[in-house]
Design a protein around this ligand. Structure first.
Ligand SMILES: Cc1cc2nc3c(=O)[nH]c(=O)nc-3n(C[C@H](O)[C@H](O)[C@H](O)COP(=O)(O)O)c2cc1C
Length: 182
Protein backbone atom coordinates (compact mmCIF):
# COMPACT_ATOMS: atom_id res chain seq x y z
CA UNK A 1 0.00 0.00 0.00
CA UNK A 2 1.34 3.43 -0.94
CA UNK A 3 0.30 6.47 1.13
CA UNK A 4 1.23 10.01 0.25
CA UNK A 5 1.15 12.88 2.71
CA UNK A 6 0.62 16.49 1.76
CA UNK A 7 2.10 18.91 4.31
CA UNK A 8 1.24 22.57 3.88
CA UNK A 9 2.38 24.56 6.90
CA UNK A 10 5.04 27.24 6.48
CA UNK A 11 6.29 26.51 10.02
CA UNK A 12 8.74 23.83 8.89
CA UNK A 13 9.90 21.13 11.32
CA UNK A 14 7.98 22.67 14.25
CA UNK A 15 4.65 22.62 12.44
CA UNK A 16 1.92 20.90 14.41
CA UNK A 17 0.12 19.71 11.27
CA UNK A 18 3.33 18.39 9.69
CA UNK A 19 4.27 16.60 12.93
CA UNK A 20 0.79 15.04 13.11
CA UNK A 21 1.07 14.01 9.44
CA UNK A 22 4.53 12.47 9.92
CA UNK A 23 3.31 10.66 13.05
CA UNK A 24 0.36 9.22 11.09
CA UNK A 25 2.55 8.12 8.19
CA UNK A 26 5.24 6.68 10.47
CA UNK A 27 2.54 4.53 12.12
CA UNK A 28 1.32 3.36 8.71
CA UNK A 29 4.89 2.65 7.60
CA UNK A 30 5.44 0.56 10.74
CA UNK A 31 2.51 -1.58 9.57
CA UNK A 32 4.04 -2.06 6.12
CA UNK A 33 2.88 0.93 4.07
CA UNK A 34 5.18 2.74 1.67
CA UNK A 35 4.99 6.46 2.45
CA UNK A 36 6.06 9.72 0.82
CA UNK A 37 5.51 13.31 1.97
CA UNK A 38 5.29 16.40 -0.23
CA UNK A 39 5.53 19.81 1.45
CA UNK A 40 3.50 22.17 -0.71
CA UNK A 41 4.57 25.13 1.44
CA UNK A 42 8.03 24.75 -0.07
CA UNK A 43 6.91 24.04 -3.64
CA UNK A 44 5.77 26.27 -6.44
CA UNK A 45 2.02 25.61 -6.70
CA UNK A 46 0.13 27.99 -8.96
CA UNK A 47 -3.56 28.73 -8.61
CA UNK A 48 -5.81 26.88 -11.07
CA UNK A 49 -6.14 28.89 -14.29
CA UNK A 50 -9.69 27.65 -14.89
CA UNK A 51 -8.92 27.11 -18.58
CA UNK A 52 -10.53 23.63 -18.69
CA UNK A 53 -7.44 22.32 -20.52
CA UNK A 54 -7.66 19.22 -18.27
CA UNK A 55 -11.14 18.43 -19.52
CA UNK A 56 -9.88 18.08 -23.10
CA UNK A 57 -6.57 16.42 -22.21
CA UNK A 58 -7.49 13.42 -20.02
CA UNK A 59 -6.52 14.50 -16.48
CA UNK A 60 -3.54 16.57 -17.62
CA UNK A 61 -3.13 20.10 -16.23
CA UNK A 62 -1.87 22.85 -18.53
CA UNK A 63 0.25 24.33 -15.75
CA UNK A 64 3.69 22.81 -15.29
CA UNK A 65 4.90 23.36 -11.73
CA UNK A 66 5.30 21.63 -8.38
CA UNK A 67 2.03 19.79 -8.92
CA UNK A 68 3.60 17.62 -11.65
CA UNK A 69 5.21 15.06 -9.30
CA UNK A 70 2.22 15.27 -6.95
CA UNK A 71 -0.24 14.43 -9.75
CA UNK A 72 1.84 11.37 -10.61
CA UNK A 73 2.07 10.31 -6.96
CA UNK A 74 -1.69 10.71 -6.50
CA UNK A 75 -2.36 8.52 -9.53
CA UNK A 76 -0.15 5.80 -8.07
CA UNK A 77 -1.16 6.03 -4.40
CA UNK A 78 -3.70 4.00 -2.46
CA UNK A 79 -4.29 6.74 0.11
CA UNK A 80 -3.62 10.44 0.63
CA UNK A 81 -3.41 12.28 3.95
CA UNK A 82 -3.74 16.06 3.72
CA UNK A 83 -2.51 18.17 6.64
CA UNK A 84 -3.32 21.86 6.96
CA UNK A 85 -3.34 24.50 9.66
CA UNK A 86 -6.57 26.48 10.07
CA UNK A 87 -6.10 30.10 9.02
CA UNK A 88 -9.08 32.37 9.60
CA UNK A 89 -11.68 29.60 9.90
CA UNK A 90 -10.54 27.68 6.81
CA UNK A 91 -7.73 25.58 5.43
CA UNK A 92 -4.77 27.72 4.33
CA UNK A 93 -4.73 29.49 0.96
CA UNK A 94 -1.92 27.18 -0.20
CA UNK A 95 -3.95 24.10 0.71
CA UNK A 96 -6.98 25.53 -1.06
CA UNK A 97 -4.84 26.14 -4.17
CA UNK A 98 -3.70 22.50 -4.01
CA UNK A 99 -7.31 21.29 -3.79
CA UNK A 100 -8.35 23.53 -6.70
CA UNK A 101 -5.62 21.99 -8.84
CA UNK A 102 -7.27 18.59 -8.33
CA UNK A 103 -9.90 19.88 -10.76
CA UNK A 104 -7.73 18.04 -13.29
CA UNK A 105 -9.15 14.85 -11.75
CA UNK A 106 -12.74 16.11 -11.59
CA UNK A 107 -15.41 14.85 -13.99
CA UNK A 108 -12.99 12.25 -15.29
CA UNK A 109 -13.16 8.53 -14.37
CA UNK A 110 -10.21 9.19 -12.06
CA UNK A 111 -10.52 6.35 -9.55
CA UNK A 112 -11.73 3.98 -12.28
CA UNK A 113 -8.51 4.75 -14.17
CA UNK A 114 -6.14 4.78 -11.23
CA UNK A 115 -7.75 2.50 -8.61
CA UNK A 116 -9.61 2.92 -5.32
CA UNK A 117 -8.09 5.50 -3.01
CA UNK A 118 -8.62 6.57 0.59
CA UNK A 119 -8.46 10.07 2.01
CA UNK A 120 -7.88 11.44 5.50
CA UNK A 121 -7.63 15.04 6.65
CA UNK A 122 -5.64 16.46 9.54
CA UNK A 123 -6.09 20.08 10.61
CA UNK A 124 -4.43 21.98 13.44
CA UNK A 125 -5.82 25.07 15.09
CA UNK A 126 -5.39 27.43 18.02
CA UNK A 127 -8.90 27.02 19.40
CA UNK A 128 -9.33 24.15 21.87
CA UNK A 129 -12.78 23.25 20.44
CA UNK A 130 -11.94 20.64 17.81
CA UNK A 131 -15.38 20.88 16.21
CA UNK A 132 -15.02 24.64 15.59
CA UNK A 133 -14.00 24.41 11.92
CA UNK A 134 -15.91 21.25 11.00
CA UNK A 135 -17.68 23.03 8.12
CA UNK A 136 -14.38 23.85 6.38
CA UNK A 137 -13.01 20.39 7.03
CA UNK A 138 -16.13 18.68 5.66
CA UNK A 139 -15.93 20.79 2.49
CA UNK A 140 -12.34 19.68 1.90
CA UNK A 141 -13.32 16.04 2.45
CA UNK A 142 -16.23 16.53 0.05
CA UNK A 143 -13.81 17.70 -2.66
CA UNK A 144 -11.88 14.43 -2.37
CA UNK A 145 -15.09 12.38 -2.22
CA UNK A 146 -16.19 14.13 -5.42
CA UNK A 147 -13.15 12.86 -7.30
CA UNK A 148 -13.74 9.34 -6.01
CA UNK A 149 -11.78 9.04 -2.78
CA UNK A 150 -13.22 7.12 0.17
CA UNK A 151 -13.06 9.49 3.16
CA UNK A 152 -11.68 7.67 6.22
CA UNK A 153 -10.78 10.22 8.93
CA UNK A 154 -11.41 13.96 9.21
CA UNK A 155 -9.69 15.07 12.42
CA UNK A 156 -8.84 18.40 14.03
CA UNK A 157 -6.07 18.94 16.57
CA UNK A 158 -6.87 21.85 18.89
CA UNK A 159 -4.96 24.13 21.25
CA UNK A 160 -2.04 24.45 18.82
CA UNK A 161 -1.13 28.13 18.81
CA UNK A 162 2.41 27.25 19.83
CA UNK A 163 4.60 25.35 17.35
CA UNK A 164 5.51 21.74 18.22
CA UNK A 165 2.78 21.57 20.86
CA UNK A 166 0.97 18.28 20.18
CA UNK A 167 -0.02 16.52 23.40
CA UNK A 168 0.64 12.80 23.97
CA UNK A 169 -3.07 12.19 23.42
CA UNK A 170 -2.92 14.02 20.08
CA UNK A 171 0.12 11.99 19.03
CA UNK A 172 -1.87 8.81 19.70
CA UNK A 173 -4.77 10.22 17.67
CA UNK A 174 -2.39 10.93 14.77
CA UNK A 175 -1.03 7.37 14.89
CA UNK A 176 -4.55 5.98 14.60
CA UNK A 177 -5.20 8.09 11.49
CA UNK A 178 -2.25 6.39 9.81
CA UNK A 179 -3.19 2.92 11.00
CA UNK A 180 -6.83 3.32 9.93
CA UNK A 181 -5.72 3.52 6.28
CA UNK A 182 -4.40 -0.05 6.26
C1 LIG B 1 -2.68 33.58 9.79
C2 LIG B 1 -3.17 32.68 10.88
C3 LIG B 1 -4.52 32.53 11.06
C4 LIG B 1 -5.00 31.65 12.04
N1 LIG B 1 -6.34 31.51 12.16
C5 LIG B 1 -6.82 30.65 13.11
C6 LIG B 1 -8.23 30.48 13.27
O1 LIG B 1 -9.06 31.06 12.57
N2 LIG B 1 -8.65 29.64 14.25
C7 LIG B 1 -7.77 28.95 15.06
O2 LIG B 1 -8.23 28.20 15.92
N3 LIG B 1 -6.43 29.10 14.92
C8 LIG B 1 -5.94 29.92 13.96
N4 LIG B 1 -4.60 30.06 13.80
C9 LIG B 1 -3.66 29.23 14.61
C10 LIG B 1 -3.13 28.01 13.83
O3 LIG B 1 -4.18 27.30 13.20
C11 LIG B 1 -2.39 27.07 14.77
O4 LIG B 1 -1.26 27.72 15.31
C12 LIG B 1 -1.95 25.79 14.10
O5 LIG B 1 -1.52 24.86 15.08
C13 LIG B 1 -0.83 26.02 13.09
O6 LIG B 1 -0.49 24.80 12.48
P1 LIG B 1 1.03 24.52 12.03
O7 LIG B 1 1.88 24.50 13.28
O8 LIG B 1 0.98 23.22 11.33
O9 LIG B 1 1.43 25.66 11.13
C14 LIG B 1 -4.09 30.93 12.85
C15 LIG B 1 -2.71 31.11 12.66
C16 LIG B 1 -2.25 31.97 11.69
C17 LIG B 1 -0.76 32.13 11.51
Amino acid sequence: MKIIGIASSPRGEASNSTIALKTALDAAEAKGAEVEIFNIAEMEISDCHGDNYCKAHGDECAIKDGMDPIYEAIKECDALVLASPIYFFDLTARTRAFIDRLYAFYMTPFTENYGAKKFSLITTQGMPDESAFKAAMDLAAQAFATIGFEVVDVEAFGDGNQPNSLTDEQVEKAKKIGENLL
